[in-house]
Design a protein around this ligand. Structure first.
Ligand code: AQP
Length: 328
């Protein structure tokens, strides 16, 4: 069985983009792959965050993983910092990554552009820690949204570079990008990605939003004056984003979805998109409410870390030995 690894950094509240671009894909794959899904908590402190908020986000993240359908019997779920080898391998990979490569990372460049952000060394070297997350487990595939593709490509480059120098140390992974929904955009500014750190309350549907707020946000989503429901991201980014959300949640192609809504008024189209989002999130929220205060969340994470710890340590030891860090 092929191995897959991915994770989410809950640096803020999870949103519809996190669900469509990531969690929903993980759930689809869990039966057919040996899948490891972690909570990327070490990545959460690359930008300043209050301790209380971070703790709440971590709890929410594992609760949403389970509420969205990840089954700990099929998927291994763990907290990144519980497996110490991630940070240790991250350091080693840092030393085999060039600053020129890190300077080219689009997410880093975007975060630097925002003058409100305090830029830490951690933010700069985030991609090498992400490479360690993946390479520790010899993953074949990494399911990610479009924005993380560049980081997986860097991971491949680091793996190949180290394999060339030290022999076959790492499997070179492939990114797996969803066909529909790899980049869900903000509802209020459909030129920008729906994102945790934007604090764009009108443009972001949070997994915790109640049905009334979800409907309100979708009904006031920015569209255009063309008056035709077409998939045309360049000229109709708002309508195309809503079509994408519907298509992803209804498991339909964009073409089918476009045909379904062709000729419909924007108001009615938005109402149907809102119904679809609400009916997807309501049962998830019910399951979330049932488990959020339960000690089961701890048990799942503890069990997951126990399952992967030795494997990660074996790989770390192999790498340390190969680069000359251990005595013969
Ligand atoms: N808007 C999105 N559409 C589709 N996929 C998305 N992902 C994130 N936003 C969207 C995918 O979700 C996975 C987990 O991402 P992450 O939370 O670890 O980090 P991110 O990509 O940096 O997400 P955000 O929300 O934009 O976070 P901030 O604002 O904190 O940087 C990834 O596979 C990602 O592609």
């Amino acid at each position: 069985m092929k191995t897959m690894i991915s994770g989410i950094k809950p640096s803020g509240q999870l949103h519809l983009g996190s669900y469509i671009g990531a969690i929903r894909e993980f759930v689809k794959y869990q039966q057919d792959y040996h899948i490891l899904i972690f909570i990327a908590n070490l990545h959460c402190i690359t930008l300043p965050i209050e301790q209380e908020e971070l703790r709440e986000n971590l709890r929410d993240c594992i609760a949403f993983y389970l509420a969205c359908g990840l089954d700990p019997e099929q998927a291994t779920l763990f907290l990144q910092s519980d497996v110490k080898a991630h940070a240790q391998l991250g350091w080693i990979l840092n030393c085999f990554t060039y600053t020129g490569e890190l300077n080219r990372m689009t997410q880093y460049k975007d975060k630097v552009k925002d003058k409100n952000n305090l830029i830490t060394g951690g933010l700069y070297t985030y991609p090498t820690l992400m490479a360690a997350d993946i390479l520790l487990y010899d993953a074949d595939y990494v399911p990610v949204g479009e924005d993380q593709k560049q980081h997986v490509e860097l991971t491949r480059d680091i793996a190949q570079r180290m394999n060339n120098r030290f022999g076959e140390l790492f499997k070179v992974p492939d990114p797996l990008i969803p066909k529909v929904g790899a980049r869900i955009m903000s509802l209020s500014n459909p030129e920008k990605k729906m994102s945790k750190s934007e604090h764009d309350l009108k443009g972001t549907i949070y997994l915790k939003d109640d049905p009334a707020s979800i409907r309100k946000k979708i009904m006031s989503a920015k569209t255009d004056t063309l008056g035709a429901v077409h998939y045309d991201p360049e000229n109709q980014p708002g309508i195309s984003n809503l079509l994408t959300i519907y298509a992803a949640l209804a498991d339909k192609s964009l073409k089918e979805t476009e045909e379904q809504f062709s000729g419909m008024q924007y108001g009615e189209f938005k109402k149907q998109v809102a119904d679809c989002v609400v009916s997807t999130l309501e049962p998830i929220q019910k399951r979330y409410d049932a488990i959020i205060h339960s000690s089961y969340l701890h048990d799942v994470l503890q069990h997951g870390a126990q399952k992967v710890n030795q494997r990660a340590l074996d790989k770390l030891n192999r790498v340390q030995s190969a680069v000359g860090l251990a005595l013969e």
